[in-house]
Design a protein around this ligand. Structure first.
Ligand SMILES: Nc1ncnc2c1ncn2[C@@H]1O[C@H](COP(=O)(O)OP(=O)(O)OP(=O)(O)O)[C@@H](O)[C@H]1O
Ligand SMILES: [Mg+2]
Length: 232
């Protein structure tokens, strides 16, 4: 059998293959460091924003959790004030825990993200394009929106959700006792309102703009833990 001459490019090809593997590994690690959140399973979400309103301690967060249990397949609650109403919900407190959860997030789940570090919330908000079929609930939303990046991404979800039929894959709920402090671009996308008692003149005027004077009048007279629901 004739002896095959040695292939002079073989060494080069091995080196190139090793280099390609190294580049792929580096790109993967950079993605992890940048904090990309893995995409969850596709499923459509409702367009428009849901608002849960009312004075302090009227039952907003308790109602939100009850509604989520009956409705949402997957929900992430931004919980910057560590609401006692959410104490029983499994919580994520760091980027590492968020990543671990999403690496294994099949099926139905509700989680809070609970930290006093606004940076974790804005990191999550910045990853909005990676999400599918998840309800984002922003508790104490007006304080979260003091971070411009969170406000910008929430506006993207609100506007995108309504005009693109949920293509972004995130549905937005906002919970607040100061609706007038929610950016106007989000307020204009609200289409479902649950309100507990409200008495602030500006907040009532906003409620009247959304659902009419009668609705606002009824909201001002609600008793403890009573709420009414309206479609805008
Ligand atoms: N329907 C209800 N009946 C009795 N107690 C309730 C009801 N809903 C909520 N509560 C209680 O009222 C308190 C406030 O509830 P919750 O935290 O849901 O209100 P909130 O409006 O979200 O308050 P905050 O303005 O502090 O965020 C909690 O102790 C909760 O257990
Ligand atoms: Mg609350």
């Amino acid at each position: 059998m004739p002896h095959e001459p040695p292939d002079p490019t073989r060494g080069l090809r091995v080196v190139l293959a090793i280099l390609a593997l190294a580049v792929a590994a580096i790109l993967f690690m950079v993605g992890q460091l940048r904090g990309d959140v893995p995409v969850t399973a596709p499923c459509l979400v409702r367009p428009g924003v849901t608002a849960i309103l009312g004075k302090s301690r009227t039952g907003k967060t308790t109602l939100a959790l009850k509604e989520l249990h009956g409705y949402a397949h997957r929900a992430l609650i931004f919980d910057p004030r560590a609401s006692e109403a959410l104490d029983a919900v499994p919580t994520l407190t760091s980027r590492a825990e968020v990543r671990r959860h999403f690496a294994n997030s099949a099926g139905r789940w509700i989680r809070t993200v609970r930290t006093f570090d606004l940076g974790l919330y804005s990191w999550l908000a910045a990853s909005v394009a990676h999400w599918r079929g998840v309800v984002w609930v922003m508790d104490d939303a007006h304080s979260l929106f003091s971070d411009p990046l969170i406000a910008e991404k929430a506006i993207e979800v609100g506007v995108g959700g309504r005009h693109m039929g949920g293509r972004l894959g995130v549905e937005l709920w906002v919970i607040t006792h100061r609706p007038v402090m929610v950016p106007a671009a989000i307020r204009s996308q609200v289409n479902t309102i649950h309100t507990f008692r409200q008495t602030g003149p500006l907040d009532l005027a906003e409620l009247a703009r959304w659902c009419g004077e009668d609705f606002a009048e009824r909201a001002s007279q609600l008793g403890d833990y009573q709420h009414i629901t309206g479609d805008v």
